[in-house]
Write a protein that binds this ligand. Structure first.
Ligand SMILES: Nc1ccn([C@@H]2O[C@H](COP(=O)(O)O)[C@@H](O)[C@H]2O)c(=O)n1
Ligand SMILES: C[C@@]1(CO)OP(=O)(O)OP(=O)(O)OC[C@H]1O
Length: 159
C-alpha cells in the first residue's frame, strides 16, 4: 500500500540569523526567521511525511507557542516525524523537493542537503531529489524577502 503527502512552507529572510536549509548551514548574508531554526526545507518534507500518514502538520506536533521548540533543530523535529512514519509501518519510496529562492545559489549545496535528508529519512541519496528555482525576481521570494519550499513524499507499507 502506498501513501503520498505534500508539503509547503515559507520563512522570512532576516539579518543576524544563519541560513539553515536541508539540515546544512549555507553561507549567506541573511538567515530564516522562525520559532525554530526555520529550516524551511526540512519543515516542508516533515509536513509531507505527516500528510502521507494522515497526522496533520508540524505546527500540530511542535506548536510555535511551546518554548521547548524555541530555536529547535529542525533535523531533530524531522527525526521525530520519521519515527511516527516508521511506527505506522511505512518506508520511503522517494521524496522530491523544490526550494524557491532568488538567492543564494543553491546548486553548490544540493548534494550535501540530499545526503543529510537521506540520513534523516534512513534512505539512499538516490531516493531524495532537491531542486531550486528563482521566481525571476517576482513576488516575495523574488524580492529576497523570504524563501519557500515544497515537497512530495511517497511512502510504501513495509512488507
Ligand atoms: N536559488 C537558486 C535558484 C536556482 N538555482 C538553479 O538555477 C537554475 C535556473 O533557475 P531559474 O529560476 O532561472 O529557472 C535552476 O534550475 C537551479 O538549478 C539555484 O541553484 N539556486
Ligand atoms: C517548527 C515550529 C516549531 O518550532 O516553528 P517555526 O520555526 O516558526 O516553523 P513553522 O513552519 O512556522 O511552524 C511549525 C512550528 O510549530
Amino acid at each position: 500500500m502506498f501513501r503520498i503527502g505534500q508539503g509547503f512552507d515559507v520563512h522570512q529572510l532576516t539579518e543576524d540569523r544563519p541560513l539553515i536549509l536541508g539540515g546544512i548551514t549555507i553561507p549567506y548574508e541573511k538567515g530564516l526567521l522562525g520559532h525554530s531554526d526555520a529550516d524551511v526545507l526540512l519543515h516542508t518534507i516533515s509536513d509531507a511525511c505527516l500528510g502521507a500518514i494522515g497526522e496533520g502538520d508540524i505546527g500540530r506536533h511542535f506548536p510555535d507557542t511551546d518554548p521547548n521548540f524555541k530555536d529547535a533543530d529542525s533535523a531533530e523535529l524531522m527525526k521525530h516525524v520519521w519515527k511516527l512514519v516508521k511506527e505506522k509501518g511505512y518506508e520511503l519510496v522517494n521524496a522530491d523537493c523544490t526550494i524557491i529562492a532568488q538567492k543564494p545559489k543553491m546548486a553548490p549545496y544540493i548534494g550535501q542537503m540530499r545526503t543529510r535528508i537521506a540520513e534523516l529519512l534512513e534512505a539512499d541519496v538516490e531516493q531524495i531529489n532537491v531542486k531550486a528555482t528563482t521566481t525571476e525576481k517576482l513576488g516575495f521570494t523574488g524580492r529576497g524577502e523570504g524563501i519557500a519550499a515544497q515537497a512530495v513524499v511517497l511512502l510504501k507499507k513495509r512488507s
